[in-house]
Design a protein around this ligand. Structure first.
Ligand code: BGC
Length: 734
């Protein structure tokens, strides 16, 4: 009886407490529209609290509003795995034991899949990992355009074609954000080289800007609905990109109506007035870009901290400018950490490994395969030599900010041993390089001549040789903060390949890199494969393709030139690349990548969109649904595709457009559609693709309009930019 009385009293106390408690504030009520929550939260904040939100409080976090229960914002690299935890205020590892991630293939590999569905699976998986690790922003994807094969960060991007990069970044972003984690597309914009990246001023035409360098960012904003974007280190038309009025205020927030947050690159802010007025929202990493040492400068001294508060208090900058920034930050918070039903995420599981493996398998590009040298079935050889440092070196480490601490990584050697039997495989390094560092080259300790000689001996005694080389994410070898210094393979690999060829012609060259390289030995090597940085599942994917359990279907997302000067960026003087250390002019203008090679009739080593399969495909003739179109129409093209070989396989078919007679220069051809088609051996499919007539426009810098010039256009179906199968002419009416 006493117990029941006590219970009743407790019940009464709880209900009366609830009745007395004030109504939930609107900003905490996730049934309310986001904009209402934003306004409510903003109205409760002090000036100081608002300013605090606009800058970092640690290396990878920015302030919330503790008094109101609005969480801090936690960020992480990106773009192909969730980076390990680092210390609060240094780049040193925090040495946690719960932060070893799944490494996904670097984005060049994702681009090479030509498969938007896989890009979505990739985004979902990495988004879940970021969510589990309690991140609010994942610093990726990177969509800067591949302008020169020397750029140290090309491996983090999606190649030379704006259409391809756009089509793959949109599903990646959507996939990430479905976990309540903001993607942060980077680096906006024109960060196309690492040389002098902190200050080089890029000059180029509006046309090149809009046609080549902006479309992937625009698609990320308008189609991907990306919640944040990172400014780039360099300058554009005299202003740093992290506070560039034209890029951020006029284009991003004006023309594209971006309603998310602009974050600086780490150390990308340089001036309070510009940072305040030119569209920057959150300042990160000031006074250290990861390379310079710490200074006495504190987070309160950031450009958007105390100095900003001072300008606001004196009235030099209106509070409305601050409110706009805070609205954006709050909006992102209500989309992520305060979204309500936020998924929990997951970390390192079979689904993520599978996504990583599928991207790796579909991204590997078979470049050469004389007389069906590959695949090499298990059991065929008993004496197999694997040569090259990249067969064993961890490729998830290095490269700069995208370096990863991984749960596991299957090396190419382990993958090959698994398939061919460890007893049948002999490994020889051939050359060695120092550890992964950015900003420095560390000399290796081993005797290089000895390694070289041993490798040649191993090759001589083997029935077949797999040479696994390439670049290695070390300084100046596909790494942030430095460009490559040569187009050739480093560390004497060209010589080693030549020597191996003298003693064993059964050679497969596997290139692990995020960039094109010269191949002076190409004619004599029967099989060559471009294997990118493949992440945790590296060895499994590679061995699968080499042994034929996987039929390769990757296609190159950028052109492999014969030599460096074949590229548009390198066809001019130093002012075009790398600039004179102050300014740089993109002299090739809109003719980037295959647009240059095709228009100028320069024969590449391997064209954009190229990649072989173990089966063969026959393309039918392309046809269009009509002959004449209005500017608002959609052209429906179709053709048949037949798998004429004996193995199931996939082909990334491509549609290019050209306008033979135009009043302005137009590239010889431009990618306008693609699709990855999976076909069983012998199967035929009709491929249907849509191209909007408006997508045939060029950017008219005089009128600042996308303009479709009436007249004849040619649409062709192709297996690569260098392999057009057939064409159809259409007419666009005024
Ligand atoms: C890189 C960014 C990266 C940031 C944080 C910078 O050095 O340019 O891409 O997200 O560091 O690590």
């Amino acid at each position: 009886m006493i117990k029941i009385r006590k219970l009743l009293i407790l019940l009464w106390a709880v209900t009366s407490l609830q009745a007395q408690s004030p109504m939930k504030p609107i900003y905490l009520d996730n049934s309310q529209p986001v904009e209402k929550r934003v306004e409510d939260a903003l109205s409760r904040m002090t000036l100081e609290e608002k300013v605090a939100m606009c800058h970092a409080q640690s290396k990878f976090s920015s302030h919330g509003v503790p008094r109101l229960g609005i969480p801090e914002i936690w960020m992480s690299d990106g773009p192909h795995g969730v980076r390990e935890e680092i210390e609060w205020d240094s780049w040193g590892a925090a040495k946690w034991t719960n932060d070893s991630c799944t490494a996904f293939p670097a984005l060049t590999c994702l681009a090479a899949t030509f498969n938007p569905d896989l890009a979505h699976a990739y985004g979902v998986a990495i988004g879940e990992e970021a969510r589990y690790r309690r991140k609010d922003i994942l610093l990726g994807p990177g969509v800067n355009i591949y302008r020169t094969p020397l750029n140290g960060r090309n491996f983090e991007y999606m190649g030379e074609d704006p259409y391809l990069a756009a089509r793959l970044s949109v599903p990646y972003i959507k996939g990430v954000q479905q976990s309540g984690v903001a993607a942060c597309v980077k680096h906006f914009a024109l960060n196309n080289q690492e040389m002098w990246r902190g200050h080089i001023n890029v000059e180029l035409s509006d046309r090149a800007l809009y046609e080549i360098y902006l479309p992937a960012f625009k698609a990320a904003v308008e189609e991907g609905g990306v919640w944040s974007i990172m400014g780039s280190y360099n300058k554009f038309r005299g202003q740093h990109c992290c506070h560039n009025d034209l890029l951020l205020n006029k284009i991003l927030k004006g023309e594209w109506n971006f309603d998310g947050v602009v974050v600086t690159d780490w150390g990308g802010a340089h001036n309070t007035q510009e940072a305040a007025l030119n569209g920057l929202d959150i300042e990160m990493g000031s006074y250290t870009n990861g390379l310079s040492s710490m200074s006495v400068f504190t987070y309160e001294d950031y450009y958007l901290a105390k100095p900003f508060l001072k300008l606001l208090k004196s009235g030099e900058v209106p509070v409305s400018v601050l409110d706009d920034k805070v609205r954006r930050i709050l909006r992102m918070t209500f989309r992520t950490s305060m979204m309500g039903e936020r998924p929990y995420g997951s970390f390192v599981n079979e689904t993520h490994s599978l996504a990583a493996r599928r991207v790796a398998e579909e991204g590997i590009v078979l470049l050469k395969n004389d007389k069906q040298f590959l695949p090499v079935q298990a059991g065929k050889y008993k004496k197999i030599a694997v040569i090259g440092e990249n067969a064993t070196r961890s490729m998830t480490e290095g490269g700069g900010s995208s370096t990863l601490k991984v749960k596991y990584e299957v090396s190419p050697l382990e993958g090959l041993q698994q398939v061919y039997g460890a007893a049948n495989v002999v490994y020889s390094k051939g050359y060695s390089t120092g550890p992964s560092v950015y900003g420095r080259v560390i000399a290796p300790k081993e005797n290089q001549q000895k390694l070289f000689d041993e490798a040649v001996k191993t090759a001589r005694e083997a029935e077949i040789v797999f040479f696994v080389g390439g670049l290695n994410k070390n300084h100046e070898q596909d790494c942030e903060a430095g460009d490559r210094t040569s187009y050739n393979l480093p560390f004497g690999q060209d010589d080693l390949i030549r020597e191996i060829l003298k003693v064993n012609k059964n050679l497969v060259v596997v290139l692990v890199s995020g960039n094109a390289v010269a191949m002076p030995w190409l004619k004599e090597v029967p099989a060559v494969m471009q294997a990118w940085y493949l992440g945790s599942e590296s060895g499994n994917a590679l061995a699968g393709v080499i042994s034929g359990t996987v039929n390769p279907s990757g296609k190159l997302p950028f052109t492999f030139g014969q030599k460096l000067t074949d590229y548009g960026a390198h066809a001019f003087d130093k002012l075009s690349y790398p600039g004179d250390s102050i300014n740089q002019y993109y002299k090739e203008d809109i003719l980037v990548g295959y647009r240059w090679f095709d228009t100028k009739k320069v024969k590449p080593l391997f064209p954009f969109g190229y990649g072989l399969s173990y089966t063969t495909f026959e393309y039918g003739k392309i046809s269009a649904d009509k002959k004449v179109y209005a500017a608002t129409d959609v052209v429906k093209v179709s053709f048949t595709l037949k798998n004429t070989g004996t193995m199931d396989g996939a082909e990334a078919v491509q549609i290019y457009a050209s306008q033979p007679k135009a009043s302005v220069i137009r590239p010889a051809k431009e990618l306008k559609a693609f699709k990855k088609i999976f076909l069983k051996a012998g199967e035929t499919q009709t491929v249907n693709l849509d191209i909007k007539v408006s997508d045939l426009a060029y950017f008219n810098d005089k009128t600042h309009q996308w303009t479709v010039e009436p007249g004849d256009f040619v649409l062709s179906n192709a297996a690569s930019a260098g392999d057009v199968k057939s064409a159809v002419k259409i007419q666009v009416m005024p």
